[in-house]
Design a protein around this ligand. Sequence first.
Ligand SMILES: NC(=O)C1=CN([C@@H]2O[C@H](COP(=O)(O)OP(=O)(O)OC[C@H]3O[C@@H](n4cnc5c(N)ncnc54)[C@H](OP(=O)(O)O)[C@@H]3O)[C@@H](O)[C@H]2O)[C@@H](O)CC1
Ligand SMILES: [K+]
Length: 619
Amino acid sequence: MIAGRVLTGRDAEAIDRQTIAGGVPSLVLMERAGAGLVRVMERKFKPLYGKKALIICGRGNNGGDGLVIARHLFLRGVQVKSYLIGGQEGLKADPAANLDRVKRMGLSPRGIKEDHDLQELKEEVESVDFLIDAIFGIGLHDEVRGIARKVIETINDVVFKKRAEPAHGGQQSTRQRHEPARDVAGKPDPRGPGYLGAGCDGGDSPISLSPMGGNVRALPGRGRSPIFPSPVVISVDIPSGVDSDNGRILGVAIKADLTVTFVAPKFGLLNYPGAAHAGQIEVVDIGVDEALLERESRIFVTSASRIGESLVRRQEDAHKGEVGRILVVAGSVGMSGAAILSAKSALVSGAGLVYVAVPGSVLPIVSTALVEMVGIPMPENPDGSLAYEAYYRILDLGREVDALLVGPGLSQNSGTQRLVREILLGLEKDIVLDADGLNALTQSTSILKEAPGRVIITPHPGELSRLIGRPVPKEKRLEISRETSAELGVICVLKGARTLITEPGGRSFVNLTGNSGMATAGSGDVLAGIIVSLIAQHNDPFASAVSGVYLHGLAGDLAAEELGARSIIASDIIRYLPGAFEEAESPPGSDTRRRVPPSILLAGNTMWLRQLLARNLDA
Ligand SMILES: NC(=O)C1=CN([C@@H]2O[C@H](COP(=O)(O)OP(=O)(O)OC[C@H]3O[C@@H](n4cnc5c(N)ncnc54)[C@H](OP(=O)(O)O)[C@@H]3O)[C@@H](O)[C@H]2O)[C@@H](O)CC1
Ligand SMILES: [K+]
């Protein structure tokens, strides 16, 4: 499965190093990076002529990019002012070479060394159209030190306050109310005062990667360009202060409206909390070798076209027994909903036959709610949970199906937990293990290694933390997913904003669909049902897990568009699943593909990356 690549900062450094060793001078890469960013600005905010830009440069190569940007913006008639943190002395070779060039053009940057330099910076930030953040890029991995920290705080503070002013949507004076706002192209902005960028986006893909996370406001409705408030904060490669390896905030970080990143999106731009600082993401190709990218990167983003291709088409003469048979082992008294939701989403996702093994007293509820499944009453414990005595029955049924889902709503009864462990050891089948199924393995993860079948675990961070006995902070999601997957030999679907799907071989997918409304009871049961259904139809657990997560998020996005994220409940996700399948299965650009998925946009002039991303991200 090929898809859009993602890099950690360290991967990106390795690619830069090897590209330079392969004969491309680092100054050339810097020139391509800076020029590429200005091309993105030109496309999105044309005309640039006469606009004001403030460029804040750090002392490393990210700052060097900033100096290249200063030169290219100046040549396009932009009024450019730049600052260099720490002053002009003692820069590294490439930034120093670019400092010479800008000085020869009369654009000498001012130094920011002391607190009293911040006052002037404040005034400048208030009066510009664009603020370019070239303070730190992928070279930053520790808490931001020194004056740079105050510079970042000052920028965030001034921008935040400026946007809270009446002219930006707060209390308006009579004059402001009568004067339509102008976007950067000078056109009246349909949103009213204080927003930039409407109507000058030059036909970009309309959905930014993280429209609500950063400061970018998306216009209501699909297929519209985001509106950029003024000043537009543009980060070079990554918002300064975000760790490109993992999205950690290193004490303080720029809140960008737009991040123009080089070669490929950095994982820190996609993973929270860094993702909330990135705004819209654009990728600029700086001409590195595709083979290098393939070698260095093991992280991908989910994409509609690949998902569509990986879904199995049903044969015209399909029989229900041939299109996926599933056994769901779920439910207990008081938790029958988990069994219903997961079985229903498995059916809606295309499985031909779904058997549901539940405690006998729960069966009437489940059967009434879902007449299409085949309910099997099982022995139960006094507390209404599935009894260990169900083991042989479940084993017999399990041998007949293509895949199993074990866990939703099972409770934490010790007998039920023993049953779960024995099922894992007794069946050589693909088994999706969710919720209480995972809780049954706390302190006995070795069972996952011994299980003869292929196991797909679908924990949220709390469940994973209980399973492996250590915390799972956001910035360690990738690392811990990789370790868990490799050590236990399972496919790990780590749920949450930007769900990560990792296989034991080390490949990970970052999912870009979904929204905060999906953090709702039963949402996980629906996901587990989709994944098991795709596995039963498809027989490739990793592709199924990736597709399932994507489709689940897409269904949630479709639901959010009509219902609002706040009001989504789990059964809504199932209701919108057919729409999600329809979109994923229709060819890109066709009328039936109603929704462009969140995309990373691409600028640049080398075809291969454009094609790769266009193909895989549907940008
Ligand atoms: N390599 C290439 O070929 C290409 C690279 N490109 C660009 O270069 C960027 C990477 O550049 P980079 O590696 O120079 O690191 P960068 O992000 O500028 O930061 C280093 C600076 O930060 C400072 N600093 C560090 N930690 C700190 C802290 N805690 N608190 C405060 N300061 C701290 C550190 O100071 P020092 O440790 O030297 O005192 C140094 O001055 C990359 O993102 C892309 O934009 C493109 O041009 C394409 C080609
Ligand atoms: K930056």
